[in-house]
Design a protein around this ligand. Sequence first.
Ligand code: SF4
Ligand code: SF4
Length: 176
Amino acid sequence: MGGAEKWARVSPGHLAAGIPCPMTVGELCVACGICCRGAFFRYALLSDEEVGRLHALGIPTATRRNGQKAIRLGCAALRGTACTLYEVRPRVCHAYFCQLAFRLRDGLVTPEAARQIVAETQAVLAQLEAELPPRAEGDPPSAVERAYQYGLSSGPALLRRAEALFREHYLGPGQP
Ligand code: SF4
Ligand code: SF4
């Protein structure tokens, strides 16, 4: 997901240190995509205008029980780790920063450390997916959701490891 300032090349932290940021948050996000996979949230909320725009682009949307229109995560616009609609992604995607993205933007984590955290999380998610049965009709698109639904053949330890990574690195204060 991510905000417009993700493309800013200079972050406050790096600016204070007098050095250009060697990696933008946008660059991290297109190599990550973990939030778009539905690791933390089930839905990305949409306006009616965005629903029409996404449908025109062939991206399905959902309606929540309260009537709110949304993208059901994992998002169909994600290819690999990157959003295929990045330049025209919905407002909520544009505005969203996970804690890791904020920390990179503010120079509180190095690009190398951020990449390692993402790589570790992606590896845990890949292990988790490998333990799940093939996705059946009606299953949620998110592997994390399916892991809660079906459990994992190795037991809950891997899911707990994923949760710990989410809490430690992505879900900051005020986030679920
Ligand atoms: S539209 Fe793009 S940024 Fe938004 S959830 Fe889908 S893949 Fe992620
Ligand atoms: S989880 Fe964070 S770093 Fe990864 S794509 Fe989402 S906002 Fe970007």
